[in-house]
Design a binder for this molecule. Structure first.
Ligand SMILES: NC(=O)c1ccc[n+]([C@@H]2O[C@H](COP(=O)([O-])OP(=O)(O)OC[C@H]3O[C@@H](n4cnc5c(N)ncnc54)[C@H](O)[C@@H]3O)[C@@H](O)[C@H]2O)c1
Ligand SMILES: O=C(O)CC[C@@H](O)C(=O)O
Length: 389
């Protein structure tokens, strides 16, 4: 029986991927084999020795201590693209909210009602204070052209916007999905200096943290509208508050409100609803559960942020799954143990990702725990699992 701990509410469609006769799933499970998580902060989480994988039903993994997981031989998965459509739709909504003063108008109408006004009379008189510009003909800058950024850029061209996208690490898949109408910005300054709307779609990392700061805002056009549906820490709150106060930034749409930023004027705060659609919650949960299942049952890795993709067809009766450091001699040491113990390799694949590597070895005879223990003792080996078919 595999034990799966859920740290957030996970869509039932995802949980149903895991056969109830083989998986025990709950928020209270101890000594878990796997974790399913959304945005719960895991930085202080004490990993039990039993933990083999964490599957994040979503894109951002800044809530997970990736380095600590890697060192403990724990595979971290996410679900690329599974909620991108939901965020794209919210980005369109955010641009409109930032333009058309809908939230202010709505609050005003309700206030009129509370004061006993005849709404049909006051609406026509009062509406002039809520005039806001159209999107068509304006310039949008999209920072980060991944699963979400590409979709935001593409749909904005259909709204009549001129779109510039910036991503120094643009993947081939993303480039192929990008509309030919989207202009590629070669630096951030091009986005900052020219755009009426800027939408951020990058992960929060030490490199991107606080990237929207005084220096960046200084380069922007007066009255720029900024959307942050990516992560709160990408924007320096003090600098944003000053820019909202001066009017340099006309509106700031954030999916990551905090007590400080809410003090600013023209802040449109959304309670982290980017991926909160039934469709996205289901897509993410199903993908995360499938990744977890394939790793726990077969040792296959797909969509991991800390280990390479490695999917191998079964071709023996026992399978050794070895997470190790990406160092010279690691594979020779593993095969050395196998040949010393008389174990014949049927099939073997090794892949690496930065400092870590993963090796799957299928063998034609049943391997005993002693062989696995000898591999565990090798230099640089972080985790060995022995699976039997
Ligand atoms: N509000 C929400 O509910 C919600 C939902 C999904 C994702 N997100 C956030 O949005 C982020 C993006 O999601 P995604 O699915 O598009 O991820 P993704 O990995 O597909 O795309 C991220 C892109 O950012 C690019 N990038 C990285 N560093 C960059 C930099 N310094 N400058 C420019 N580009 C850079 C990468 O090359 C990549 O193409 C996630 O990391 C997450 O934090 C939020
Ligand atoms: O789980 C969620 O609701 C949000 C997920 C989102 O922030 C992500 O990074 O995918």
């Amino acid at each position: 029986m595999f034990r799966i701990k859920t740290l957030n509410k996970i869509s039932p469609a995802g949980l149903s991927v895991l056969d109830q006769t083989r998986y025990s799933i709950s928020g209270d499970v101890e000594n878990e084999d796997g974790i399913l998580v959304r945005s719960a902060d895991m930085h202080d989480y004490q990993f039990p020795d039993s933990l083999r994988a964490v599957a994040r039903a979503g894109a951002g993994t800044n809530n997970i201590p990736i380095d600590r997981c890697s060192e403990a031989g724990i595979v971290v998965f996410n679900t690329p693209g599974a909620n991108a459509n939901a965020v794209k739709e919210l980005a369109v909504c955010g641009m409109l909210l930032a333009s058309r003063k809908i939230t202010e108008g709505n609050a005003w109408v309700k206030a009129q009602l509370a004061e006993g006004a005849d709404l049909e009379k006051v609406v026509e008189k009062g509406k002039s204070q809520f005039v806001g510009p159209e999107l068509s003909g304006k310039m949008l800058g999209v920072i980060g052209l991944g699963a979400i950024g590409v979709q935001v850029a593409n749909i904005a061209t259909k709204l009549g916007m001129t779109v510039f996208g910036y991503d120094p690490f643009l993947s081939v898949d993303a480039a192929l999905s990008l509309s030919r109408l989207v202009h590629r910005a070669m630096d951030l300054d091009t986005i900052y200096k020219n755009c009426d709307y800027i939408s951020i779609h990058v992960p929060q990392t030490p490199e991107t943290k606080g990237m929207i700061n005084e220096g960046a805002i200084h380069m922007m056009k007066g009255g720029v509208r900024i959307l942050n549906l990516a992560r709160g820490g990408l924007v320096n709150d003090d600098d944003m508050l000053a820019a909202l106060e001066s009017g340099k930034v006309a509106a700031y749409v954030t999916d990551f409100p905090n007590n400080k930023i809410l003090q600013g004027k023209n802040v449109i705060a959304i309670p982290h609803l980017g991926a909160s659609t039934p469709e996205s919650e289901e897509n993410c949960a199903v993908m995360a559960a499938q990744e977890l299942r394939d790793y726990l049952e077969n040792g296959n890795i797909k969509n991991s942020v800390n280990l390479p993709t490695l999917v191998q067809e079964w071709s023996g009766v026992s399978r050794l799954c070895i997470i190790h450091r990406n160092i010279p001699g690691a594979i020779a040491n593993i095969t050395g143990v196998l040949s010393k113990d008389g174990v014949n390799v049927e099939n073997m694949t090794n892949k690496s990702k930065k400092d870590y590597a993963y090796t799957i070895v299928d063998v034609g005879s049943r391997v005993n725990d002693q062989v696995a223990d000898e591999i565990r003792a090798l230099e640089g080996v972080l985790r060995v699992r022995l699976l039997n078919h």
